[in-house]
Design a protein around this ligand. Structure first.
Ligand code: HEC
Length: 424
């Protein structure tokens, strides 16, 4: 997929429209003109600006931008005329002229139906706990139609008037979060009648947001099954991390500061060494984690001989003179193993040895599946860049090591995620 050159200004336009509409909503709420709906200010209008249409039709977006510019120019002229009290005739003429020559694309093209929760954002923080809760809701309420794998082929799907959409697509990133929420709450209807039932009264708001979190993970795993990549970048799920030398903290606190490498470890795949290029987060199978927490601290099968030293906080850390300390920040969430297995499109039993990389903004970007050639295959999972890794790296001579190349490509091609917009 190559982005048209307009993707930067289009994303900026989308972001500005989102910002202005949200600020407008906040102002209406502060003035008491609109009320609450499901825990956040309710959008009181039947329509909103359809950023998603502007992205599809660049010439419409261009006309829309010119219309906004003409309106802004006209307003500026009138303000100057009012304050300056001179040349007001010329200024009024300029304002009228700008409005006359501006294109006025039909509002039916750039407006779309809105719901009270259109501008709501998910309150869950995309934690592994929320994703795990969502997976239970999904299995019980949604899988019959949407399919356990999220590809829209559940046992009930063929009996419906409309086939459920596959999650191996960018669908969830195209729609406003608050509208997805509303659709699950109250269902969807088209000309042929109700296409999806609503769950109001059966599921709580929290359960619906959790189910949507889980659907994002399903989207990654369905994409892996369909084409070996993630349809859109997926955020690094948040979880509690415990490091040997510090208090427990949330992964979300690392966002915006450091790259994160996630490594699935077990007895035969010991923790890797710390690496200054990123923070390393270890995940373990929930059962193993539980037994470790019961005080069985001894690890078996360490292939590298290590000496136990004591860190400043008095806890033991394994230090190998040649390589430094082994990573010791571990996910304190039994659900993490299952969630990361799904994101990797792997079975939980064969996950150990898998590595993921998240960029500084907290997007998971790269994957090195267990049993493959580490990062030698590149590993970037969602990118629009078409350049292949350098030859020197590909054949392992002269160039930087494969992991450095992956990191460089990841940094060179940041995610510019805007709902409904372009990803890179
Ligand atoms: C009876 C079958 C059925 C069940 C049960 C069902 N869905 Fe759907 N779902 C559909 C169909 C069909 C569509 C496509 C509707 C359309 O586009 O008009 C859909 C669409 C969706 C969409 C896309 C919405 C959009 O804005 O395009 C989401 C998200 C979704 N379902 C989530 C869920 C969740 C979460 C559950 C469980 C809590 C669930 N569905 C249960 C049939 C079902």
């Amino acid at each position: 997929m190559t982005s048209p050159p307009s993707h930067l200004w289009l994303n900026a336009l989308l972001q500005a429209l989102q910002f202005v509409q949200s600020a407008w909503l906040e102002a209406l709420y502060a003035l008491g003109i609109t009320d609450d709906s499901h825990g956040a200010p309710a959008w009181p209008f039947a329509s909103r600006i359809a950023g998603e249409n502007l992205v599809i039709d660049v010439s419409l977006a261009r006309q829309f931008a010119w219309m906004l510019a003409a309106i802004a120019f006209a307003v500026a002229c009138l303000l100057i005329a009012l304050l300056w009290r001179r040349a007001w005739r010329w200024l009024a003429l300029a304002a009228i002229g700008a409005l006359l020559v501006a294109p006025w694309p039909s509002p039916s093209l750039w407006l779309t139906a809105a719901v009270p929760t259109s501008f709501h954002s998910s309150p869950t923080g995309f934690t592994v706990q929320s994703i795990a809760r969502g997976s239970r809701v999904y299995a019980a309420q949604c899988a019959a139609c949407h399919g356990a794998d999220g590809r829209g082929e559940g046992p009930l799907a063929a009996t419906l008037d409309r086939w459920p959409p596959t999650m191996a697509s960018a669908l969830l990133s195209r729609r406003a979060d608050g509208e997805l929420f509303w659709h699950v709450l109250y269902g969807m209807r088209r000309e042929q009648g109700v296409t999806m039932p609503g769950f109001a009264g059966r599921l709580s708001d929290r359960e619906i947001w959790a189910a949507l979190d889980y659907m994002r993970v399903l989207s990654a795993s369905a994409g892996m099954a369909a084409g070996g990549s993630w349809p859109v970048p997926i955020a690094l799920p948040s979880l509690t991390v415990k490091c040997a030398d510090g208090p427990a903290r949330q992964v979300a606190a690392w966002r915006g500061r450091q790259r994160v490498r996630v490594v699935a470890v077990d007895a035969t795949h010991p923790p890797p060494f710390e690496d200054p290029r990123f923070l390393t987060l270890l995940i373990r199978d929930g059962n193993v984690l539980a037994s470790r927490q019961q005080g069985q601290e001894q690890e078996q099968g360490q292939p590298v001989r290590a000496v136990r030293t004591v860190t400043s906080s008095g806890k033991a850390a394994q230090v190998t003179p040649l390589f430094g300390a082994r990573a010791d920040c571990i996910a304190d969430s039994p659900e993490a193993w299952q969630v990361f297995a799904q994101i990797a499109g792997a079975s939980p039993g064969s996950l150990a040895g898998t590595e993921w990389l998240a960029d500084r903004d907290g997007w998971l970007r790269a994957l090195a599946p267990a049993g493959r050639r580490g990062w030698a295959d590149g590993g970037l999972m969602c990118t629009t860049s078409t350049s292949a890794p350098d030859d020197a790296t590909a054949n392992g001579r002269n160039g930087p090591d494969p992991l450095s190349t992956t990191l460089r490509r990841m940094d060179d091609d940041p995610v510019r995620f805007v709902k409904g917009g372009f990803v890179h």
